[in-house]
Ligand binder design. Structure first.
Ligand SMILES: [Zn+2]
Length: 476
């Protein structure tokens, strides 16, 4: 199905960083201020003792054993490692070689993969190598068991066209031990509802796209736990949501071709802008909050459609493979599907998305910072785009603390992993970022961490610079 797993560059990276990586049983990080994202409080003048990948102790004055590595935090600020809750790192054979170091460079120590072109066995093999410390990378959740109607929007998806097929597919997903079931756009409503039931029966969270023919309220009552992307929320805030859904249902029932289906979907933006209703929206958002439906907004993706692309010589462009840089510059099927109307309305649509986003946050809808970064999606970048996404949240009206919450506490709680809850405390995994200045004042400090600690392995600035250099060389 895919070329053999290629970890050449990763091995090289690992060799370069051998010094930094040598997993000392103990590391003492001194002279730091802890930043508590829950309430915005600070604990100054602390030391953190890290042992075997976990935070062992935190106190103003700690002494380590003689064999411990000591790192002077130099008055820096420590936050929990960041999560990007929607990425794809398995779309080409060598994508992890670039993606994993890019995440660490940007302080991202946890990612959730939401759909892969690699066989699950090979995804798990890489996940295990990261967990064992053989490969340097962020903690990895495999949640890409995407289920779509045939023929499937991407190669290798699970397919279900009937409720019975949905049930059997969920059985297979459970057997393969994915972290979740992911619904996709083209499922019909009866199959989607069966998928939700089967996921619940298996104890697996249902996350993913709300299918294009299913109302947001239906997804909420079906018990969907996480929704990917943001567009369906402004659509549910439109007085015409039901009509928009019906238009598509009728077209699909009468066997309309894909061009016609995309036309109908493209026309939604204009309708939403004309019929978005604040009162209706408040009700929708309250329902979502009450249902604890977590949203992975991926707002940064809009940059692709508006042509807000970095120049070819930008560092982030130079750190991806040359062939990919070239491919991203070429016309794309998603851009081709944009009508003149959609292009003309793009800025207004983005503004409405952000307004709705701020309302959602204020209403208590839980947000998981996310980007859709993937070699298969031009211009969201592994790592860098998560910081861009957080900046967008701040532009939309969140405080830096609230933005950081969506990338630390919120994902840790939602994923419910052992020994990891988005706080800095003894007994937790040592996934940390050391920053020069207080991120609650400005998130700009996230762009150049003093050190990144992933499962107890410390990458100081010199090690991060070496990673960067390595990526720049690989990108030549
Ligand atoms: Zn995605």
């Amino acid at each position: 199905m895919m070329k053999k797993l290629c970890l050449k560059a990763l091995t090289l990276t690992t060799a370069i960083l051998a010094g930094a990586l040598a997993s000392h049983a103990e590391t003492l990080l001194t002279d730091v201020t802890l930043v508590h994202i829950e309430d915005g409080s600070l604990s100054p003048d602390q030391s953190i003792l890290i042992r075997d990948g976990f935070i062992a102790e935190i106190a103003p004055d700690l002494t380590a054993s003689e064999t411990a590595d000591t790192i002077n935090g130099d008055g820096g600020f420590v936050i929990p490692g960041l999560w990007d809750s929607h990425v794809h790192i398995f779309s080409t054979a060598d994508e992890p070689d670039t993606a994993l170091p890019l995440y660490l460079l940007n302080g991202v120590t946890g990612i959730r993969d939401m759909g892969a072109l690699w066989p699950i066995a090979e995804q798990k093999a890489l996940q295990a190598r990261i967990a064992a410390g053989e490969v340097l990378g962020p903690r990895l959740i495999l949640a890409g068991a995407w289920v779509d109607a045939s023929p499937g929007s991407w190669p290798g998806m699970f397919l279900a066209d009937t409720p019975a097929q949905a049930k059997s597919v969920v059985g297979q997903i459970a057997q393969e031990e994915w972290a979740a079931v992911k619904s996709y756009s083209m499922l019909d409503e009866a199959t989607y509802l069966a998928l939700a039931d089967a996921a619940t029966a298996q104890g697996l969270p249902l996350v993913g796209h709300i299918p294009e023919r299913v109302a947001l309220a239906t997804a909420i009552s079906a018990g969907q736990a996480g929704m990917e992307h943001f567009g369906r929320i402004p659509m549910a805030c439109s007085r015409k949501e039901e009509q928009m859904l019906n238009d598509l249902r009728q077209a699909m029932n009468s066997g309309a071709d894909l061009t016609r289906i995309f036309e109908i979907m493209a026309a939604r933006n204009g309708i939403i802008l004309r019929t978005w209703d604040e009162n209706l929206c408040t009700g929708v958002l309250d329902t979502m909050a009450a249902a604890n439906l977590h949203v992975s907004p991926t707002l940064v993706v809009a940059d692709f459609y508006t042509g807000n692309w970095p120049s070819a010589d930008a560092p982030r462009m130079q750190m991806i493979p040359a062939a990919l840089r070239e491919a991203w510059g070429k016309p794309d099927f998603r851009l081709a599907a944009m009508t003149d109307e959609v292009r003309a309305l793009a800025q207004d649509s983005i503004a409405l998305d952000r307004k709705t986003f701020a309302m959602a946050h204020a209403a208590g809808v839980p947000i998981l910072a996310s980007t859709d970064a993937s070699f298969a999606n031009p211009y969201p970048f592994h790592g860098f785009s998560l910081l861009d996404e957080l900046d967008i949240y701040v532009e939309a009206g969140l405080s830096p603390r609230e933005a950081l919450f969506t990338a630390t506490l919120a994902p840790a709680r939602f994923f419910d992993l052992p020994d990891l809850d988005g706080t800095i405390a003894p007994g937790r995994h040592a996934d940390l970022v050391v920053l020069d200045t207080n991120p609650l004042v400005s998130l700009a400090t996230l762009r150049r961490p003093q050190a990144v600690i992933a499962a107890g392995r410390v990458l100081d600035r010199a090690a991060l610079d070496a990673l960067e250099e390595n990526l720049l060389n690989a990108g030549k």
